[in-house]
Design a binder for this molecule. Sequence first.
Ligand code: BMA
Length: 851
Amino acid sequence: MKIKQNLTNQKWQFKQANEKIWLSATVPGCVHHDLRDHHIIEDPFYGKNELDMQWIDKKDWEYKTVFDVSNEMLSKEVVVLIFEGLDTYADIYLNDHKLIETNNMFRTWNIDVKPFLSIGENTLRIYFHSPINRDMKKPNELGYNLPAVNDHSEDGEVGENKLSVFARKAPYHYGWDWGPRFVTSGIWKDVYLQGWSVVNITDFHIQQSSISTEVAQLTAVLEIKSTVSKEITIEIKDTDSERAYETYKLEKGTNSISVPITIAHPKLWWTRELGEQNLYTFYANILDEDDILAEVSVQTGLRQIQLIRNKDKYGTTFQFELNGIPIFAKGANHIPNDSFQTDVTEERYRHEIATAAASNMNMLRVWGGGIYEYDLFYQLCDEYGILVWQDFMFACSMYPGDQSFLENVRQEAIDNVKRLRNYACIALWCGNNEMDAAWSEYDEDGGWGWKELYTREQREVIWKAYDDIFHHILPDVVEELDPTTDYWPSSPMQDLSQSKAQHATFDSLQQGDIHYWDVWHGLKPLEEYKKYVGRFMSEYGFQSFPEKKTVLSYAEENDLELESEVMLHHQKNGDGNRLIKNYMQMYYKDPKDFSSFLYLSQTLQADAIKSAIEAHRLNKPFCMGTLYWQLNDCWPVASWASMDYYGRWKALQYTVKDRYKDIALIIDKQGSECNFYIVSDILDNVSAELTIKLFDRNGNLLYENKELVLAGANTSTLVKSEKVDKIIQYKKQEQPIVLRGIIEANKKLIDAVDIFFEPIKDLTLEKPNITYELIEEDGVTCAYLKSEKLAKDVWLETDKEGYFSENKFNLIPGEKKKIHFFERSSNVNSPPFISGDIAIIKITSMYDYVI
Ligand code: BMA
């Protein structure tokens, strides 16, 4: 049987290569992390510290550890040293013998080390070359810079040299329009020794050939290494069914073996809204008579997931089907949770994925400028029923195409497809982010103006590299190693054979996936979200600032103005603050002060994304997915995120939770008409009572109408249209009036939505006087809130970490709203959120923030 000796989490040391003194180090970790622990650098996220830390990536660094090797380990026929991740250009020495040089952060390195080990003390030393120095000559050698629009080379003091494209290293390390530039080096994943004799199972894949509720036809594909040629029996079993046996003659070397498995009446894996997240554990044992020579296990969920692109009356569908059921994808784009990935604890991952589930999501896109995520991320998505759209790690750049680069990419794809293909959540492999659209090879006038910068010959070379990677290498790896999962070359793309400009145009809405950025980068009004609805909206976004407590983690009280150096430093989208200000002027009255600006930036972001989500959902099934940009942050910053670096929910996170409800009422005002839609993501028809009430600011009921409505399963149904002038018969000076639409089924509230008839900017709000009572129910204290006057966008604050059952809601005089609190749990053995006592420290609303 194989044995493992972990070399992480033991005594490690590090030093700058040309210095003498070794200091203690943490592995897994990175140089920045260790320098910070030794107070050689300060908090990288504070103030403008980022700029003082750019020297680190221009130095070489060394790490070493001394470890004992046992007799038992050395008695094994094969001993391998395995690095699950090295960031990035590393020379590995074992007892001063150089083993290999590495050049890809995303690959796993397996090295046969038995000849270089001795019983007792051994020294492992890793020499990290500066990723900047290593690649510095490459633009010159190439004769030009490759496009890399988010590479902040100037912050990194390397002028125009866009080096990110040369290193197979997380693109966001070099800066992004929400992220700082910290080009790290280090051992960022586990490292261990593995010893085995005779046979070893090095890979175990459960390929899901055909899945239905009656039967699952599977193939267990094993990669087995053997030191002998010999007959063995393979036993495959799962959590609760029959065993399958297969006798096989192993050859010396690497063997690939397929064993068919059938499971009758399998318990299928479903997304959160559709059913249970049933998971199976499969075990593979290699038997030699009665002895177990090797064993391995893997967990997966049985499901069929497909991207369906069929011609229909509008164009071509772009929808995921799970076990034959069309899914409307509700979710967000995920970026790495930290500039220093090894700081992301298990608890932070759980918090993120539990937040996605609590926000009624069923899909996350692991975007291509970050990392192939840790296994834990996908395990949690499997557990919570959240699909993953998985990009390969290429974004907003063009890459070199020499043979060694291409081969490196191919190996990277093999490692990661193999590592991730057993997760039930993996719904799609996507080649890259926005490269096809930015380059736009087949549309001379399209794209971001990149190809125009190159000569005809250079253009050909650059496009050939693109074509090789995204139309050959990556799809071939997916086809070979994960043939039941679809591949899509780039996001966004209209079709497999052509590309148009990134920004949606009316003629591109009928097919493919869309990144719609004219609202925000193009300063188009929010109403445009309604016009540009495509088949699958894989990106669109709107920025806001984090809450004050988070701002104060990087700024001092006297930095608290929009144009201060520190605030500008924590806004990486050059135009960001101007855009927030412009939009705020368009839609809101002026903020009273800086704190008000922070609050209003959040409500504005929530209002913007709400209108996009509603437009996308009510167009179901024309549109079958909405993934806003972006769920999380990698440091404290102004960004498009719905939850900040500390995992604190912005107003948008609450709005998403509300607008992603599996059954939602959407009121769409079109001119003088109000259209009431019920959008359902569940598989039963919904018969509900729709109530429409109109209130004045004192809570007087001006109008009420109730009727029974029927909404279709898994679609959007227009259940009622009403002329607005018919229902609003009030005098102008009595505004604001609010229309509340409510849907109930079996006397249970399903959804309630408010709309106002005046633009928010024109609303005359009065001091609301919000009060609350604390009441203990089911062992926890919750709050009942009420207000004397109409209160818009009520915002509750607490000093605990966690989330309220609702926030950013309106209070109509006369209503009592019950709010409870879910506390973030620091204990990974308990659920990520626990129902806890509410402790409100502040209640405000729009009235408090505007002039
Ligand atoms: C999209 C993303 C990111 C970027 C975001 C905001 O294009 O793919 O590259 O951070 O927009 O500009």
